[in-house]
Design a binder for this molecule. Structure first.
Ligand code: ADP
Length: 360
């Protein structure tokens, strides 16, 4: 059982840089929380404050209801898995995994049981007598996790654990972390700058920008109903397209295009009649249709899909750029004309950048 509660947590470094502002989060027992955002947004700082590796400047941190705001790292019962997983090269996998328990002078029988159990969970049973140099990168990463698992910590903390791995191994290790989470049922906090990792791993995502939490929710909530333009642009790949448009007469008018609004969309936007808002359209919500005339610049076939990049009308302005992710194979050439329709639209207030939702 391990719940975490972060309440109004700030971090101000000695040089007066404020890295984290008023961070609030309640982590449920067994939940896998992914902190995601661009480099420098404060996610590692937050993780390090939870681990006890950085002081908390203001606010409180609770583990299972107990205030651990000032508890030293070694007494927090948490295990951190770093991207640099230095293993002891002269020790076997077994010895590496047993190391922390051996140092604590645990009973050898207990150590043996825990190492075997961890090896079983990680699929390392047949590798226990090997040295790290004889293992693949992914297996070494699993040994590093094994060192944490044998300690049975209340909370696992991951700081960009996959960023040193190549793309193929990253996918495989990501799936292993998911399985590991299922098998252990442990509470986990996971930091990454990679939105794909966040979407695929998280029970809930915390999306951060410039020290502030932008949105907390399930992957689907962040993808489907992003709270603001930052989240809308960060979650989803390729990123959402954004256009300034004027609301009026049941349509949205942008630079070089006009699209009709459904009655429901009109209702959502009723307070914005005559005003300029931001229209967001995900590349995968664009289809070949009848509304928006586009001049193609490049065509990238991915097999199942094609990314078609271009600009709306004849405009070469950056604001007129468009990326569509079409189903199947396409062979558009530079300069081709194509007309798109938008299957799904997202609306944002131009001043606040917040999503415009029905009834708000
Ligand atoms: P992220 O993990 O999202 O890349 P960090 O938490 O590492 O971001 O950093 C957040 C901000 O805090 C950045 O502006 C960074 O430069 C600053 N920062 C990080 N560590 C320190 C430090 N030890 N002293 C001063 N500023 C720091």
């Amino acid at each position: 059982m391990a719940t975490l509660s972060l309440q109004h947590i700030d971090k101000i470094y000695d040089n007066n840089v404020q890295a984290v502002f008023d961070f609030n989060l309640d982590v449920k027992d067994g939940e896998l929380i992914v902190l995601v955002g661009p480099s420098g947004c404060g996610k590692s700082t937050t993780l390090r404050m939870v681990a006890g590796l950085e002081d908390i400047s203001a606010g409180r941190l609770f583990l299972d209801g107990k205030d651990i705001t000032t508890t030293p790292a070694k007494d927090r019962d948490m295990a951190m898995v770093f991207q640099n997983y230095a293993l002891y090269g002269h020790m076997t996998v077994y010895e590496n995994m047993a190391f922390s328990l051996t140092m604590r002078k645990e009973n050898p029988n207990v150590i043996h049981k825990k190492v075997l159990a961890a090896a079983e969970i990680l699929g390392l049973t047949s590798q226990l007598n090997k040295k790290p140099a004889q293992l693949s990168g992914g297996q070494r990463q699993r040994v590093a996790m094994g060192r944490s698992i044998v300690r049975s910590p209340k909370v696992f903390l991951f700081d960009e654990p996959l960023s040193n791995l190549d793309a193929k191994l990253r996918g495989a290790t990501r799936r292993e972390i998911l399985l590991l989470h299922k098998r252990l049922g442990a509470t986990m906090l996971y930091v990454t700058h990679d939105q794909t990792e966040a979407l695929t791993l998280a029970d809930r995502i915390v999306c951060m920008s410039m020290g502030y939490v932008q949105q907390v929710g399930t992957p689907l909530e962040l993808y489907d109903s992003p709270a603001n333009m930052f989240v809308a642009g960060f979650i989803g790949l390729p990123p959402m397209n954004f256009y300034d448009v004027t609301v009026g007469g049941g349509t949205l008018t942008g630079e070089g295009f006009k699209v009709a609004l459904t009655p429901e969309e009109q209702d959502t936007l009723k307070a914005y009649n005559g005003k300029t808002i931001v229209l967001g359209v995900r590349p995968e919500d664009i289809v070949v249709g009848t509304d928006v005339a586009v001049t193609v610049t490049t065509n990238e076939n991915l097999g199942m899909n094609t990314l078609v990049h271009g600009h709306i009308g004849n405009s070469k302005a950056a604001s007129a750029k468009i990326t569509a992710k079409l189903k199947g194979w396409s062979d558009y050439k530079n300069g081709d004309a194509v007309t798109f329709s938008f299957k799904r639209k997202h609306f944002f207030d131009k001043e606040t950048t917040n999503a415009i939702r029905k009834g708000e």
